[in-house]
Each structure stands twice: as structure tokens, then as C-alpha cells.
Design a protein around this ligand. Structure first.
Ligand code: ADP
Ligand code: MG
Length: 237
């Protein structure tokens, strides 16, 4: 059941010295835009979780990331924040096209991460679209897809648009994200993913997050990761 991946984390009651967020730094201490900080604050996100604290300093510098942390540890903010910040810093605008693609293994998970993206991007001007529709929606998606700056999609649907949507231009892509990367890199998606990757520019930032560490040399080679930061938290569990 893909929804089980959305189990909430322990409540942040341990914001004291010895709790799960001990020693945490706050989102408002990060070198990120006021717009992003405001969105986070309004959604009551104050203290970073371990994976956020470990990865954001690197991802915000433009480095490739291989992040592993168990379900419920807050991986979604760990990649949506650098995506939004990168496009903001590049002054990405409506005419710049697709700046980021976030791939999720299931429609349900894609929908959930889209909701988080809306929080982070609330005070930004980018357009983002969820490309996961059923058969009926594909034509509606096709009309809109070339106006979108951030695509949140499942592998199959993204590939369908790459094949069938004439205006979809990914040549300016800045950041590629694979959420639940271990599932996306799994055999079932191998063909689709290879076809997608072959159509993306190699010069880009790539962020991989999953519940387990992916270190397959072959996988990393086909994703053209550049000197990635391996980050693993909650090793003991
Ligand atoms: P994962 O992708 O690692 O399974 P999610 O990104 O789905 O985890 O986050 C799990 C839950 O934790 C969500 O309900 C989210 O709102 C909450 N969460 C994430 N980051 C924080 C944070 N810094 N402070 C409080 N709650 C958070
Ligand atoms: Mg997740």
C-alpha cells in the first residue's frame, strides 16, 4: 500500500535537548529566500528533521545527493526546498520552461509531494503541475505541460509526455529529483527511466532520496551523478 509511506513521524515534542530533534537548526537559519521561509513558517515547519539538516546545506549548494532516511523522516521538504530555491535564484520565469522534474513511483505519493511543493512554493511565482492523470486527462495535461516550471510525475506518465507532447522541452532542466529512488530504480521502471534520462541534459543537479541507501554503481552511472554526497540518517533502525 503506497499510502503507508506517509506515516507521520514522531511528534516534534522532543524539541528539547535530548529529543529526536535535539541540536536541530531551524529553517529560518538556512540561506534560503524569504518567500520559502514564509511558506514554511505558515505551515508551522520550524525545526529541521535529521535528513533535512544533513542534506540541505549540500543540496542548496547545488551538489548531487543520495539521501537515505526511513519513512516519515521528512524527505519531501529535503528536496522540494532546493528545487524551489534553485529556480528562484536562477530567476526562473514562465518563458523558461521546465526547470525541475520530480519523479515519484506512485500517483498517491506524487499527489502528496505536490501538496508539500505547494507549501514551499506558496509565495513564489513558479507554475507546477502534477502529471499523473488517468487516460482521460492526458490531453488536458498536454495543453498545459509546456507552461510548467516544475513537473511532478510518475515515470510512465512523464515518458508518455516526452513521446507524445510536441511542446515539452526539458533541455533547460536544472534539478532532477527521484523520490523513493530505490523503487524507481527497481527493474519495473528500468526501461522508462532509461528512456527519460536519455532525454535530459547531463548538466543538472540530481537529488535521490529513499528509505534505503542506493549505491548500485550501475544506477549511479546511468543517472550521471557528479560526486554525490551520501547521506544516511537513522542507521540504527
Ligand atoms: P518521508 O518522505 O521521509 O516519508 P515526509 O516528507 O512525507 O517523510 O514527512 C513525513 C511527515 O513529517 C509529514 O507529515 C510532514 O509534514 C512532517 N514533517 C516533515 N518535516 C518536518 C519538520 N521539519 N517539522 C515537523 N514536521 C515535519
Ligand atoms: Mg516520501
Amino acid at each position: 500500500n503506497p499510502l503507508s509511506a506517509a506515516t507521520p513521524p514522531p511528534p516534534p515534542e522532543g524539541s528539547g535537548k535530548f529529543g529526536p530533534y535535539a541540536g536541530s537548526t531551524r529553517f529560518d537559519e538556512l540561506p534560503i529566500s524569504r518567500r520559502t521561509k514564509d511558506g514554511l513558517k505558515e505551515a508551522k515547519y520550524v525545526n529541521m528533521t535529521d535528513i533535512q539538516r544533513a542534506s540541505l546545506p549540500h543540496s542548496l549548494c547545488g551538489r548531487d545527493i543520495l539521501g537515505a532516511a526511513k519513512t516519515g523522516s521528512g524527505k519531501t521538504l529535503a528536496f522540494t526546498i532546493p528545487v524551489v530555491e534553485k529556480l528562484y535564484r536562477e530567476r526562473w520565469g514562465p518563458e523558461d520552461g521546465v526547470g525541475s522534474i520530480i519523479i515519484s513511483p506512485t500517483r498517491e505519493l506524487a499527489g502528496q509531494l505536490f501538496d508539500v511543493l505547494k507549501i514551499v512554493g506558496k509565495h513564489h511565482d513558479f507554475s507546477a503541475g502534477l502529471l499523473i492523470g488517468g487516460r482521460k486527462e492526458v490531453d488536458i495535461e498536454k495543453e498545459r505541460v509546456n507552461e510548467l516550471n516544475i513537473l511532478v510525475c510518475t515515470p510512465g506518465r512523464l515518458l508518455q509526455h516526452m513521446d507524445e507532447t510536441p511542446n515539452l522541452d526539458c533541455s533547460q532542466l536544472q534539478v532532477l529529483v527521484l523520490d523513493e529512488a530505490d523503487r524507481i530504480l527497481d527493474v519495473g521502471f528500468k526501461k522508462a527511466l532509461n528512456a527519460i534520462i536519455s532525454q535530459l541534459p547531463k548538466r543538472r543537479q540530481t537529488l535521490l532520496f529513499s528509505a534505503t541507501q542506493t549505491k548500485s554503481v550501475q544506477d549511479l552511472a546511468r543517472l550521471s551523478l557528479k560526486d554525490p554526497e551520501y547521506l544516511s540518517v537513522h542507521k540504527e533502525s
